[in-house]
Design a binder for this molecule. Structure first.
Ligand code: SF4
Length: 285
């Protein structure tokens, strides 16, 4: 007899408050001023970007393209040079930087004021990491244990991390740095929505036969949640939407857990959950 899968959805799957607030601000400003400009996509999710484009949220490459409406600075932070350029051009800036990203900027400046060498644990080239680094004159970015191993010994250093890093990766890197650095100060700037999402996956993945992580393949945050899930459940799959789900993944499965990256909108998660609720699998008996 075909049976319905038991579907467990992580309580806080999807948008973090920083992304949710930034999207709402973009909508509000576009409505009030007829349009709003963004330097790059608001999040790494095609559905969100396309929906906002319909609401006159315009993505541009340069502040030169911002002409007759405010520019919104995105949740993951903006380099000081762009703030200065927008000021010189007399543009109206709407600051949608997440307060927890502002906190990382403040922390790295404090570490710099203490005369420490500065280290950021994060992804090379990621916009959030680029903006954190730009807050101080000189900082090294390390993304991996191999890069931490390659660092020379130091007397005095300060470390922050990108908000969405995997907690285990950060802990391992700090373990290596503590062997090399005499006076090490680490400020744990992995944000609480990230920690909560990773924590909920750690609860659901071991007790579910299959795990589904919803998010764009271009989202580093979603890929990281998928890695957390895979480390606990080899039957973990990343999907962009319900169409990516393959029935063969559920052979002999009785339950499925669902979570999603911080850039995945609620409607996408609901579609996936509905699809899973409608999937009937062959019972083992
Ligand atoms: S992931 Fe964390 S720091 Fe980044 S926008 Fe969301 S809440 Fe803010």
């Amino acid at each position: 007899m075909p049976e319905q899968l038991k579907v467990r959805v992580a309580k806080d799957a999807g948008f973090c408050f920083g992304v949710r607030d930034a999207i709402q601000k973009a909508r509000d400003v576009a409505e009030e001023h007829g349009k709003v400009y963004l330097l790059g996509d608001i999040v790494h999710n095609e559905r969100v970007v396309n929906d906002l484009a319909q609401e006159n949220v315009k993505v541009v490459d340069s502040l030169d393209d911002v002409v007759d409406a405010p520019v919104l600075f995105r949740a993951h932070g903006t380099v000081p040079d762009l703030w200065a350029e927008a000021g010189r051009k007399n543009l109206t800036i709407v600051d949608a930087t997440c307060p927890l990203v502002h906190e990382i900027h403040n922390e790295i400046k404090k570490l710099n004021a203490e005369g420490r060498k500065l280290i950021i644990i994060g992804d090379h080239g990621h916009d959030e990491v680029v903006a954190i680094r730009a807050q101080v004159p000189d900082a090294v970015i390390i993304a991996s244990i191999a890069e931490a191993d390659a660092l020379p010994r130091m007397k005095k250093a300060g470390v922050v991390s990108q908000s969405t890093q995997m907690i285990e990766n950060v802990q391992e890197i700090i373990g290596i740095l503590s062997m090399k650095i005499f006076d090490l100060r680490f400020v744990n700037t992995v944000c609480f929505p990230t920690r909560r999402n990773q924590g909920q996956i750690k609860e659901i993945a071991p007790i579910s036969d299959v795990m589904i992580i919803v998010g764009s393949f271009t989202s580093a945050n979603t890929k990281r949640l998928h890695e957390v899930s895979l480390s606990l459940n080899p039957r973990s799959y990343m999907v962009e939407n319900a169409n990516d789900i393959q029935e063969s993944w559920f052979d002999t499965a009785e339950s499925v857990g669902v979570s999603a990256g911080a850039s995945s909108p609620d409607d996408l998660i609901e579609e996936v959950v509905e699809h899973l609720n409608n999937l009937h699998v062959e019972s083992r008996v």
